[in-house]
Design a protein around this ligand. Structure first.
Ligand code: DAH
Length: 339
């Protein structure tokens, strides 16, 4: 039996030297020291030994068990640290390698045009005002002479938050808010997002942008409106740009006009961009209606003023020769990188 035990030890030691993975090591432990292991089996068979032999064999068996336990443990921690070392070596990061450069975006064409437009008006002494996009029906319509049954509401159908609260259809309500808050002289532009329940196509979007303008002072006339807009279009589209006022109707201005510029591409002779008209419509304008002034506690006998509303998308489309408005909102970098 002693011989059997020392054979086990020799065999186990030889196998241990070969083990190179934790799984194999565990299998080896079970093979010799497990419940049904070889050494365990020998110990179980000790009942058949004589009283003298039993302690001697028992001591030897225990010694071999301890020996194996110890060596298996040592091998286990050696294997674990080998694995860890390999893992660390594998996952090593060279912190001195050059990094990947994050790609930098551009200023969106709408923002670029807006910034240019703001610069032009600030240069003429305007300041910038803002109003809420979720607006009272009163500011968006009523105070601008558009009562509930007015046909102008049809062309400016919008999203109703409640009976009295809408997503603003125009930046014109900012006029009212400014006139309620400030005493003349007033000289502001109010850029912002506006909403209409329009279906999406190349020239329509349910969300787009306008820039409102408002000037109120003593003795302001249509000549001031014309002069202001002339400076504006020349700076934006070039020195040679001409203006044309066409009579129009807006409920909150009287008189009102739609304003065209001579085509910056062909100079007026007719081309693809102006659809052979020679002129391009870019904004609506007029003299602020006395009723609107009165509603804001500004005396129309003392003060007068003009207002205008510019469509930002339209201005940008003409400036960059963009033929589909949807391109502004899709944010395809291939489009955006061109500006
Ligand atoms: N708010 C008008 C629209 O969305 C545009 C406009 C026209 C604004 C005339 C004005 C103005 O301030 O005077 O159609």
């Amino acid at each position: 039996m002693k011989e059997q035990i020392s054979n086990i030890r020799t065999a186990a030691e030889a196998e241990l030297a070969q083990v190179s993975a934790p799984d194999a090591l565990e299998a080896l432990r079970v093979k010799y020291l497990g419940k049904k292991g070889e050494l365990t089996a020998v110990l179980k068979g000790m009942g058949g030994l004589s009283a003298e032999e039993r302690p001697v064999v028992g001591a030897l068996a225990n010694e071999v068990r301890e020996f194996l336990e110890e060596h298996i443990e040592t091998r286990r921690s050696a294997l674990e640290s080998e694995i860890l070392t390999a893992k660390i070596a594998n996952e090593k990061i060279d912190v001195t390698m050059p990094g990947k450069r994050g790609s930098l975006g551009r200023i969106h064409p709408l923002n670029a045009v807006l910034a240019q437009l703001e610069d032009i008006f600030i240069g003429m002494g305007f300041s910038i005002s803002e109003g809420p996009e979720v607006e009272f029906d009163y500011y968006n319509f009523e105070a601008l002479n558009i009562p509930k049954d007015h046909p102008a509401r049809d062309t400016q159908d919008t999203f109703y938050v409640s009976d009295n609260i809408v997503l603003r259809t125009q930046t014109s309500p900012v006029q009212i808010r400014v006139m309620e808050q400030e005493a003349p002289p007033i000289r502001i532009i109010a850029p912002g997002r506006v909403y209409r329940s329009d279906a999406v196509d190349a020239t329509h979007s349910p969300v787009f942008h306008q820039i409102e303008g408002l000037v109120i002072d003593k003795g302001v006339t249509m000549a001031d409106l014309k002069g202001t807009l002339e400076i504006f279009v020349r700076e934006l589209y070039g020195e040679k740009t001409k203006l044309r006022f066409r009579p129009h109707h807006f409920p909150f201005t009287e008189p009102s006009a739609e304003v065209d510029i001579s085509c910056f591409s062909c100079g007026g002779s007719g081309c693809r961009i102006c659809k052979n008209e020679g002129w391009i419509e870019i904004l609506g304008a007029g003299m602020v209606h006395p009723e609107v002034l009165r509603r804001c506690n500004i005396d129309p006998e003392v003060y007068s003023g003009f207002a205008f509303g510019i469509g930002l998308e339209r201005v940008a489309m003409f400036k960059y020769d963009i033929d589909d408005m949807r391109l502004f909102y899709e944010n395809d970098v291939r489009f955006l990188m061109q500006f």
